[in-house]
Design a protein around this ligand. Structure first.
Ligand SMILES: O=C(O)CCC(=O)C(=O)O
Length: 283
């Protein structure tokens, strides 16, 4: 792992941009959103919650993620959806008590799981691609400025990313409020801007972020594939993204809370009106 640090791609460029490697990490605690966390989320556009999963839970979820991807070494960077329907270890994360109360603290009592993407980055690969989340079919930036929160993403690091060049998420703090885009010329670069923040997170940490924050994965020099599990929560009227409809057999066997999160409304034609009951939270 240390070799990854010493021989990291573009380390010189990174040092030139941010010689002191200053880090201002918006650290949050598992559980309900505090006032300070809300403030940091509004300023930075993201929060980092360490130690959400134990090593054993990471192992179990990682095995599940590998099964979703076919248990073969990855050939390319890839995202696959709806793993929660077949893998109980992934399903458990959609309403994890360390994270769901934060989603609720930000959205209130009505939202859905728009998608659950399991992302693999192959050993020793690069996928530098700075972007904001949303829809290329109808860009969120065309809806309004400042960019509305339409996708709140909880990203579970299933492989360790505490060293540089381990497929770390890189974020540009506050960029969800920028009226101008990240310059095109920088979007394939690892070190795109002096204000970028390379997250160095232990496996089992969760990054919670606003769709408008410009981000990219750092290259991975790891000798094994890197996995992240992303859960995307949206207002109830946003169309599901990793599935046309949730598997009826899964809906029948899961809990009322998870069924509600999956967007199983009595009147699916009217989730923006009276069709959506409040999510059956326990409190
Ligand atoms: O897991 C990753 O590398 C992040 C992928 C990503 O940036 C995205 O899905 O928007």
């Amino acid at each position: 792992m240390m070799d990854a640090v010493k021989t990291g791609l573009d380390d010189a460029a990174g040092s030139a941009m941010n010689p002191q490697h200053l880090e201002l990490t918006p650290l949050a605690q598992p559980g309900p959103l505090t006032e300070m966390e809300r403030f940091m989320f509004e300023c930075w556009g993201y929060l980092l919650v360490p130690d959400v999963l134990s090593q054993a839970e990471c192992d179990e979820t990682l095995e599940a993620a590998k099964r979703v991807h076919g248990s073969q070494p990855a050939e390319k960077f890839k995202q696959l959806g709806r793993g929660f329907e077949t893998e109980p270890a992934i399903e458990r994360l959609m309403d994890h008590p360390a994270v769901l109360p934060k989603v609720r603290g930000i959205y209130g009592d009505r939202f859905v799981l728009q998608a659950a993407w399991c992302t693999v980055m192959p050993a020793n690969s690069e996928h530098s691609s700075w972007h904001q989340d949303g829809s290329s079919a109808y860009d969120y930036k065309d809806v309004s400025y400042p960019l509305p929160l339409l996708q709140l993403r909880a990203s579970y690091a299933l492989t360790d990313q505490s060293e540089l060049n381990t497929g770390n998420m890189i974020m540009i703090p506050g960029s969800h409020r920028s009226p101008v885009p990240l310059p095109k010329a920088a979007r394939k670069q690892v070190y795109a801007s002096p204000i970028q923040h390379i997250l160095r997170v232990k496996r089992g940490s969760v990054l919670l972020f606003h769709n408008g924050v410009w981000h990219s994965p750092m290259p991975s020099l790891l000798p094994y594939d890197r996995y992240n599990m992303h859960f995307i929560y949206s207002p109830p009227w946003v169309r599901l993204a990793d599935r046309q409809a949730t598997d009826p057999a899964w809906l029948a066997r899961t809990t009322p809370l998870r069924r509600a999160l999956a967007g199983d409304f009595a009147r699916p034609d009217a989730p923006f009106g009276g069709g959506m009951p409040v999510i059956p939270f326990e409190d």
